[in-house]
Write a protein that binds this ligand. Structure first.
Ligand code: NAP
Length: 309
């Protein structure tokens, strides 16, 4: 039986509709909309697409979103100067520095920049203070993608409490906060990574599987307990034909899309998983739209929290 598809687009639309009255209320009370400052360094094509989409969505939601661009050759000091400016700007409630940063900025540039963003404007939820609050289950600003996964599960009436969950991936921006959010909702959580032994066997015990590794089609049906809920967070642009042919049969919609565009964004979950899972959040149309909806929500939350201090 084919898995029920979890519809990220409609959940994201619902969240945006809930954010709108809050934005309108804030704007009429404070005489200005909540403000979001986005910083983009360089011209990474994927980042350009993400940032354009964030700016568009923020504008549609009634937020004021400003883009601050730096050339790829900019120094870390140049970037820190913009972050400082946004930290000091009272009309800016949220700051987002788009990753990845150019490699030339140094291996620890991202961490240093995320640490420099004021915690109360950290709409990405990456600042150590916000991560610490998440650990203690008292966070306001939580990383957008894992928060989006929780919204998707809860609004799709998927029970979490008492379930076994496996999170594949342990990054600071997806895997770890995802595991904590599931734990706080009383799941029994296993966090898996590249050194996990017998990965498929470990994951096959789980009622809820979240895959966030960035390896196209890595999670195959032998990882999945029949009826389990599977959330695919992975988004890898693939232009290699052999990978596409391994995953998508001739005549399928995804294969046709590849033939048209020569590239496809592919998730971590093999399409065959739909035959064993009870529910599946697909790529595209699953978690992606939620990440942006949660960014809008976090910007409103940051603005409201700052205004109430
Ligand atoms: P990341 O920082 O590269 O982390 C990847 C994680 O996957 C690491 O913990 C790594 O383990 C683990 N991993 C890699 N290969 C593995 C394997 N063969 N078996 C088990 N674990 C393995 O990536 P990320 O930033 O968390 O992102 C993960 C994916 O989510 C990417 O495709 C990214 O594009 C996507 N993403 C999507 C959205 C969205 O809005 N939809 C947002 C954010 C990220 P180790 O720690 O042992 O190296």
């Amino acid at each position: 039986m084919a898995a029920r598809l979890l519809d990220g687009v409609s959940v994201a639309t619902a969240i945006r509709a809930e954010v709108a009255p809050g934005v309108a209320g804030f704007t009429s009370k404070r005489g200005r909309p909540p403000g979001l400052g986005i910083v983009l360094v360089g011209n990474d094509p994927a980042s350009e697409v993400y940032v354009a989409s964030k700016l568009k969505s923020a504008g549609e939601a009634g937020l004021r979103a400003d883009l601050h661009r730096l050339p790829a050759a900019a120094s870390l000091a140049d970037l820190m100067a913009i972050v400082d400016q946004l930290n000091e700007n009272d009309a800016c409630d949220g700051i987002l520095v788009q990753s990845p940063l150019p490699e030339a900025m140094g291996v620890d540039a991202e961490r240093r920049v995320f640490d420099a963003v004021r915690a109360d404007k950290d709409v990405d939820g990456f600042h150590p203070i916000n991560v610490g609050r998440l650990v203690q289950n008292r966070a306001t600003l939580v990383a957008c993608t894992p928060s989006g996964v929780i919204e998707l599960l809860e609004r799709s009436q998927i029970p979490i409490a008492g379930k076994r969950a496996a999170v594949i991936g342990r990054s600071d921006i997806v895997g770890k906060p995802m595991a904590l959010l599931l734990l706080h909702r009383h799941a029994t959580v296993t966090v898996c990574h590249s050194r996990t032994a017998n990965l498929a066997h470990v994951v096959s015990d789980a009622d809820i599987v979240v895959a966030a590794i960035g390896r196209p089609g890595f999670v195959t049906r032998d990882f999945i307990k029949p009826g389990a809920v599977v959330v695919d967070v992975g988004t890898t642009p693939v232009s290699d034909r052999a990978t596409i042919e391994r995953l998508f049969p001739p005549g399928s919609k995804r294969r046709e899309a590849f033939e048209r565009r020569g590239q496809l964004v592919v998730g971590d979950v093999h399409p065959d998983v739909a035959e064993v899972a009870g529910a599946l959040s697909p790529v595209p149309g699953g978690v992606g739209p939620l990440t942006i909806a949660l960014l809008l929500k976090n910007t409103l939350l940051a603005a409201q929290a700052r205004a109430s201090v």
